[in-house]
Ligand binder design. Structure first.
Ligand code: R1P
Ligand code: MN
Ligand code: MN
Length: 405
């Protein structure tokens, strides 16, 4: 029997994907560019000895074909490679589902960049069904900027702030106290039902607190309402086989709560890592412990804050030995990402990038995995690791690992 741990570093891309031109993302490289920004600002190279030991730096240099400005670089002691994405979008559900063996080959519905962005018929129906006095926003926006612009008006009028992005999303921001958290969740559920027919991937509740446009801040009570993955994922197959699938952070939301047997939420990077360590200490055999580290994307990638991103990666790196030291011989640790979000790139959107494919077991040697054709290679390898039936997509690389199960 065996266990696996996936640490999904949300948005940690490692170089523009071969089809980046279709997304306007040629030249993007989240990891290499945040390292450079950190060096430019501080005059020192960022030290990430543990992530480099796992092969992240080698993977980025192989994928992104540019040097990484890094201190304390170690030779990899794990399997490392880089994967391109088969899915048509560069969004979070596509990246996560593809990793779990279900690439999104259809096109999501998207809202246009015009203002208003949302069809009038939908807005009318949404208002009628929820009883809200109207909506604010109705445009493409960065979620923090729009709070500075419309937060006070929202509190005064009770109209939620509705906005979208290049992703297939309908986001609703509302004040936790004046509007109410439960009411925000109810309004999101109504929007979710209305948006299914437009093929919108996610409705996202974006609660916030504060008293004026200068100090509004989003809280940890974000909730994502995703549609169901189009076919069973690795998570479904493992849960059906009697395994434990333990979601930490927003994993459960992203898979629409399918194939999850336990879930834990925790606010912020350190709490998510600590919760992961706690679960690794107790999870039984045949468990998948799956953590999404959302701060990299939400707090730094979309906010175009490369130095903040670098410091958060350093915290991750500092914490990693705690988890690595807990691994038993039949545990497999994977580190990957769901898309890029280059914090030095124009705009505030994701970037189409290669993601790291890192697999580590205690006692492993340096094992290059090369370029992988799909994120699904991770899911397929895990299907092999758990002795499950093969998934429809993905080339597993179990033969490259020390199969000590
Ligand atoms: O600017 P914020 O609200 O963080 O929104 C970002 O978060 C959404 C979900 O990941 C993306 O669609 C992106 O627009
Ligand atoms: Mn993401
Ligand atoms: Mn994002």
């Amino acid at each position: 029997m065996a266990r696996a741990i996936i640490l999904m570093a949300d948005s940690l891309g490692i170089g523009a994907a071969p089809d980046a031109d279709k997304f306007g993302d040629v030249g993007a490289n989240t990891f290499a560019h945040l390292l450079k920004a950190y060096y430019d600002e501080t005059g020192s190279k960022l030290s990430l000895p543990n992530l480099s030991k796992l092969g992240l730096v080698d993977a980025c240099e192989a994928a992104g074909k540019e040097p990484c400005l890094i201190a304390d670089r170690n030779e990899p002691q794990g399997a490392w490679g880089y994967a391109k994405e088969l899915s048509s979008g560069k969004d979070t559900p596509s990246g996560h589902w593809e990793m779990a063996g279900v690439p999104v080959l259809f096109d999501w519905g998207y809202f246009p960049k015009t203002q208003p962005s949302f069809p009038q018929e939908f807005v009318d129906e949404f208002i009628a069904r929820t009883g809200i006095p109207g909506i604010l926003g109705n445009c493409h926006a960065s979620g923090t900027t729009i709070l500075e612009q419309l937060g006070e008006e929202h509190v005064k009028t009770g109209k939620p702030i509705c906005y979208t992005s290049a992703d297939s999303v309908f986001q609703i921001a509302a004040h936790e106290e004046s509007f109410g958290l439960e009411k925000l969740y109810q309004v999101c559920e109504i929007a979710r039902a209305l948006l299914d027919e437009m093929n919108i991937g996610r409705v996202i509740a974006r609660p916030f607190l504060g008293s004026n446009n200068q100090d509004f801040a989003r809280t940890g009570n974000r909730r994502d309402y995703s549609v169901l993955p189009p076919s069973p994922t690795l998570l479904d197959v493992l849960a059906k086989d009697g395994g434990e699938v333990i979601s930490i952070g927003k994993i459960s939301d992203i898979y629409a709560h399918q194939g999850i047997t336990q879930k834990h939420k925790a606010p912020g990077l350190m709490n998510l890592l600590e919760k992961t360590s706690e679960v690794v200490a107790t999870a039984p055999d045949h468990s998948l412990i799956f953590t999404n580290l959302v701060d990299f994307d939400e707090k730094f990638g979309h906010r175009r804050n490369p130095v903040g991103y670098a410091k958060a990666l350093k915290e991750f790196d500092d914490y990693l030995p705690t988890i690595l030291d807990q691994l038993k011989p039949d545990d497999l640790l994977m580190v990957t990402a769901d898309h890029g979000c280059d914090p030095t790139f124009p705009g505030s959107e994701h970037t189409r990038e290669y993601v790291p494919v890192i697999a580590y077991q205690p006692g492993m040697n340096n094992t290059p995995l090369g370029e992988r054709n799909s994120f699904a290679d991770i899911g397929q390898t895990l299907a092999q690791w758990f002795n499950l039936k093969a998934l429809e997509y993905g080339d597993g690389f179990i033969d490259k690992l020390n199969t000590v199960k």
